[in-house]
Write a protein that binds this ligand. Structure first.
Ligand code: SF4
Length: 68
């Protein structure tokens, strides 16, 4: 599964970071993004995939985009 954040939608609430800090991070300026090591990567770890799905469901702005 590949994951990215639509920055035009993200309201920087931090929920995804709280749910899955392995993949999502809040930058010093308060913006939230996928960690560099996971950008464009097809994530296979089933635990991470499940946590990403949970973060996606919890995102109040439907800003988490997944494919695969
Ligand atoms: S949960 Fe959604 S709106 Fe909140 S920081 Fe993450 S991507 Fe942005």
């Amino acid at each position: 599964m590949k994951v990215s954040i639509d920055k035009t939608k993200c309201i920087m609430c931090g929920s995804c970071v709280a749910i899955c800090p392995e993949v999502f991070e809040m930058k010093d300026d308060g913006s939230v993004d996928v960690k560099d090591q996971y950008k464009g990567v097809d994530i296979q770890d089933p635990i991470l995939v499940e946590k990403i799905k949970q973060a996606q469901l919890a995102c109040p702005a439907t800003a988490i985009v997944t494919e695969g």
